[in-house]
Design a protein around this ligand. Sequence first.
Ligand code: DI6
Ligand code: FE
Length: 403
Amino acid sequence: MTDNSKLYVDLTVATMTPSETAYGLIEDAAIVTNGAQIEWVGPLVDLPAEHAGLTRDSLGGRLVTPGLIDCHTHVVHGGDRAVEFEMRLNGASYEEVARAGGGIVSTVTATRAADLDALIASALPRVDALLAESVTVLEVKSGYGLDRETELRMLRAARALEQHRPVRVLTTFLGAHAVPVEYLGSPDAYIDDMCIPTLRAAHNEGLVDAVDGFCEGIAFLPDQIARVFDVAQELNLPLKLHAEQLSNLGGAKLAASYGAMSADHIEYLDEDGVIAMAKAGTVAVVLPGAFYTLRETQAPPIDALRKHGVPMALASDCNPGSSPMTSLLLTMNMACTLFRMTPEEALTGVTRHAAAALGLTDCGQVTPGQRADLAVWDIKHPAELAYRIGFNPLHTRIFGGTS
Ligand code: DI6
Ligand code: FE
């Protein structure tokens, strides 16, 4: 117990720790934080004597959960794609839009045109929307630069978000996101001559926490992704992969064979791929915002993921093309309504399993030793978080012990 200690009482806590009770729920609970860390959690009646003298901060019977974690975003990018949205509504498919030079490539043009300050400024309102729902950890990908300078600038902008807002940012290098126009028809040359050297440069600058790719017919084939992964492994960087979003190229299997932290999207994943992920401990990151926006009809294999015990995380996939969404609460609702995930799976997906998808062990649960990243909600039961649509019951967001 130190001067930094705080004692919260009059609360229910969803610890999200695996336990006998759903959500790891503890009623009539107390939480002791010590600076940026959680020191003690449990029923108030069990509060150790050493903490009993602390001033009590009543949370008025509210529900406490871990601060939410958005483990897959593209919040840093230039421009928007409202016109493409309109094109699709006039009949064009996502792949047709991409092949016509729209899609990812049009965002690349806008991102290349934006300087560092512009990238930060345009990302901040999106970050603020996520933080307003208690997000405390945010993953941000590059992948709209596709040239050395712009990829580095995106990652610098992502890192800079921590200077502008109380949030922890993890950066992911996604150079293998799309083939830029100057390499059109030469994806191998792009991978070898641009993507890999840029990854090395970004790593040298300390800008990369993980490496990702887009394994898809309209992007890169498994052997091209593998070349990027080989370099990432040489640099000791953990891996993630956009896999099986529009078709099944065996991306999740490839990711699992490299011991990747996560395979993301996975609508077209088959049971073989699920088994490979289970064996490798690769987290499934489910992205209902993209499924919804693209009006996809093939849902990810939730039953098979459950059957084989693959942890399921959820994320916004906030990006200007396939998921212009900045709400994890809506993401949770969509996962329940569209994929029949349970509200408990949904909340686990944006807390404990989202942490696992990022390789983090110090957040995503309310347990001693974890960071004091907490959300205080004006609700009684955690199922309310996934149940409502367009309603934000956040009362207080606590980041590293500070509200
Ligand atoms: N899959 C997606 O859904 C996003 N990226 C990816 O690899 C879409 C990116 C975009 O359309 O801008
Ligand atoms: Fe994505």
